[in-house]
Design a binder for this molecule. Structure first.
Ligand SMILES: *[C@@H]1O[C@H](CO)[C@@H](O)[C@H](O)[C@H]1NC(C)=O
Ligand SMILES: *[C@@H]1O[C@H](CO)[C@@H](O)[C@H](O)[C@H]1NC(C)=O
Ligand SMILES: *[C@@H]1O[C@H](CO)[C@@H](O)[C@H](O)[C@H]1NC(C)=O
Ligand SMILES: *[C@@H]1O[C@H](CO)[C@@H](O)[C@H](O)[C@H]1NC(C)=O
Ligand SMILES: *[C@@H]1O[C@H](CO)[C@@H](O)[C@H](O)[C@H]1NC(C)=O
Ligand SMILES: *[C@@H]1O[C@H](CO)[C@@H](O)[C@H](O)[C@H]1NC(C)=O
Length: 629
């Protein structure tokens, strides 16, 4: 067996060995997953022959024919949309994604049906973090507004992409891409990593005639097939484009794998207006990561010291005395600078201000919003809620897809969340599903929600027994199961809930003895309600519980009840017969007389009958042997 130190030495040696061999091994292809939403078969798109997988078993929603809002959107014919009846949040859950760093890109589309004229506005979250809110007018722009793109670390083997309805139309998704990139891609400094998502805001190739994806540049697939929008001017009348066919040295291809063509075009300022100024509108109070690309491709600049400029962002100098040739050591060589800027206003202005030579130059710009990734909900609690969703047959309209607590703007309805500083995750501290027409039963693993303080399922049609596991949720203060169809007895375990203040079990079909631990507490903790349960017994206000009986005794009692029943039935029959006789007699004797009269009449009738009888008997005796004798 290797001792730890030996192991590390061996590890170190093999590491060096394989590192030294690295150049001779081609890097394996990155993980690539592309889905054509709503497609029933795999699709290939020209001109790059890109493969898009069919859309199968990732989510709910409805497949439909789609309209591409922008020519940037891949030429796919179908999409998937999510009507509000399927709930406010719907997610694509893509499994078996290897741990790593990914570009996630989602293209939107419009449903190609006459009654779907409205452009839907909705929110998009990636791994529980709100990444994008579609702005109104997104479908009328031919720029990157028709998709959202972000760089994320996927660590749990799945990618969860959710679409949150905001009540403005049905979210509709045309395509999804999950493209692996280098773990170190876009390293912007401390803060880079799992806790951060970089959302692409803008990515321009300056001086390029056409928008291009990485694939159009035949770029390295580890670059994440970035989309580079074309930018021919910054809006100043006198900036202009230049380009070269010279090859460019892009010295370090890892980790970002920029395509060479990116540096073969540029925007350059003119004599009249030496500053190059780029301005854009942004969301205020965010942090942005700005990446600027340069290569000296102007034939008039051949040596260091000929072109020197400062770079200012919103007026603050972020790089001073940038001299491309000096910094790269040569012309036609790429230089990438990045900086992080907090922006409080609504605008971002990047100015290149020449200090030597009259012109500034720039080849490409990338701007990312740095988004703090949300912590998710504890996986055990998510599983418990999912099992509750199944057991109660929760209607589709509830949603309950994705993460229960995040994005914080779109939590699941009926679940209250609290941030747990110990686990650094969200937990569920309340369930409010009262009066929702729910059926089904409560599953035992509801007790995995062990941070619950309050449960209200009042006014539904939930049946079965109250799970005894509820007694393990020690933080429970309020348990309202009133007005349901719970049966069986109240679990003894509820007596362990020492924090319980309110317990409403009234209006169910519970039976048996109220646990002594609960009954005893009635005196000092008022709000327990057990009424309207025919079978409950054992506390003041309810009936007293009968003694415990053996099976034999129960049979005896059963027999006794039967015999009594038979006796009562016999008596009733006798009484009824007798009454029938009386009524018959009444009909004969005094049809119209009231009852009291009829009774006197009856007495007389009897006497008369007797009298007749006597006469009759006597006659019979006279006529022969008497039958009455
Ligand atoms: C989509 O369009 C095709 C023809 O292009 C048609 O056959 C199909 O029925 C349409 N699907 C829907 C859901 O409208
Ligand atoms: C980006 O800037 C940070 C901080 O200045 C730096 O540490 C990092 O190396 C830069 N990344 C690249 C790829 O130049
Ligand atoms: C921006 O970054 C700073 C420093 O890392 C941080 O304190 C601040 O909270 C961030 N602001 C936003 C809006 O994320
Ligand atoms: C539970 O919900 C019902 C119906 O909405 C409400 O009347 C009741 O007060 C709630 N129970 C508690 C303990 O808050
Ligand atoms: C409780 O009701 C369910 C149906 O909802 C039934 O299957 C079960 O037998 C009942 N249990 C008791 C103890 O009455
Ligand atoms: C208990 O529930 C019954 C209805 O089942 C209600 O009439 C009564 O007011 C409740 N008692 C208390 C103390 O809330």
């Amino acid at each position: 067996m290797l001792r730890p130190r030996g192991f590390f030495v061996l590890f170190f040696i093999s590491f060096c060995f394989f590192s030294s061999l690295k150049p001779s091994f081609p890097r394996p292809a990155p993980y690539v997953m592309r889905i054509s939403c709503g497609a029933r078969a795999d699709v290939r798109t020209s001109p790059t022959n890109t493969l898009w997988y069919k859309d199968f078993a990732y989510t709910g929603g409805i497949p439909a024919n789609g309209t591409r809002p922008s020519f940037i959107t891949p030429s796919l014919d179908t999409l998937r949309y999510f009507p509000l009846s399927e709930g406010p949040e719907n997610c694509y859950n893509i499994n078996r994604v290897p741990h790593g760093h990914y570009t996630v890109r989602i293209f939107f589309g419009l449903v190609a049906e006459p009654n779907f004229n409205n452009e839907p506005l909705f929110d998009v979250s990636i791994e529980g973090t709100l990444a994008y809110s579609l702005p109104s007018g997104w479908s009328n722009h031919d720029d990157e507004q028709a998709f959202v793109e972000a760089l994320v670390f996927l660590e749990d083997g799945t990618a969860s992409l959710c679409f949150h309805s905001t009540g403005h139309g049905d979210p509709a998704v045309m395509a999804i891409e999950i493209l692996q990139v280098d773990d170190g891609a876009y390293y912007f400094g401390p803060g880079h990593g799992q806790g951060t998502i970089l959302r692409t805001v803008k990515r321009y190739s300056c001086g390029s005639e056409h928008q291009k994806f990485g694939a159009d540049y035949s770029a390295d697939s580890w670059g994440g097939d970035r989309f580079w929008d074309s930018r021919l001017t910054f809006g100043q009348s006198n900036d202009h484009t230049i380009s070269t066919t010279n090859s460019i040295k892009v010295p370090s291809s890892s980790p970002n794998f920029y395509p060479e063509a990116l540096y073969q075009t540029a925007l350059i300022s003119t004599d009249n207006q030496p500053d190059l100024v780029y301005t854009m509108d942004i969301d205020p109070n965010r942090n942005y990561s700005v990446w600027l690309h340069f290569a000296e491709i102007d034939p008039s600049v051949t040596a260091a010291g000929k072109r020197v400029f400062d770079i200012l962002i919103n007026g603050d100098a972020v790089f001073r005395d940038v001299d491309i040739v000096k910094m790269t050591g040569a012309i036609n060589t790429a230089l990438v600078l990045n900086t992080t800027v907090p922006v409080s206003g609504r605008g971002l202005t990047i100015s290149l201000h020449p200090t030597k030579g009259n012109h500034a130059i720039i080849n490409a710009i990338e701007i990312f919003e740095i988004v703090a990734a949300e912590s998710k909900t504890l996986p055990d609690e998510v599983r418990a809620l999912q099992s509750l969703k199944t057991a109660l047959g929760l209607p589709l309209r509830f949603g309950w897809n994705g993460d229960p607590c995040v994005p914080q703007q779109h939590p699941w309805s009926g679940a209250d969340c609290q941030f747990d500083k110990v686990s650094n995750k969200w937990v569920i501290d309340g369930l409010g599903l009262d009066n929702q027409g729910l059926r089904g039963f409560l599953p035992a693993d509801i007790s995995k929600l062990h941070n619950l303080q309050s449960i209200n399922f009042s006014g539904n049609s939930i049946g079965g027994v109250i799970p005894s596991s509820l007694g393990t949720i020690s933080s429970l203060e309020v348990l309202d199961l009133s007005y349901n169809f719970f049966n069986g007895s109240i679990p003894e375990s509820l007596g362990q809930l020492t924090s319980l203040r309110i317990l409403n079990l009234n209006g169910n079909s519970l039976s048996g003895r109220v646990p002594a631990a609960l009954g005893g507490r009635l005196l000092h903790r008022a709000s327990f309600n057990f009424t309207d349960n025919a079978g409950l017994c054992g506390i003041p206000g309810l009936r007293t519980c009968g003694p415990h009986l053996s099976a034999g005794a129960r049979v005896g009692i059963g027999l006794g009840v039967c015999v009594s029943f038979l006796l009562i039935a016999t008596c009733l029959t006798c009484w009824w017969k007798r009454r029938q006789n009386i009524l018959r007699a009444q009909r004969i004797g005094a049809r119209d007389a009231p009852y009291a009269k009829a009774r006197t009449q009856f007495n007389r009738d009897v006497q008369l009958t007797r009298h007749h009888g006597h006469e009759h008997a006597r006659t019979a005796a006279e006529n022969g042997p008497s039958l009455l004798a």
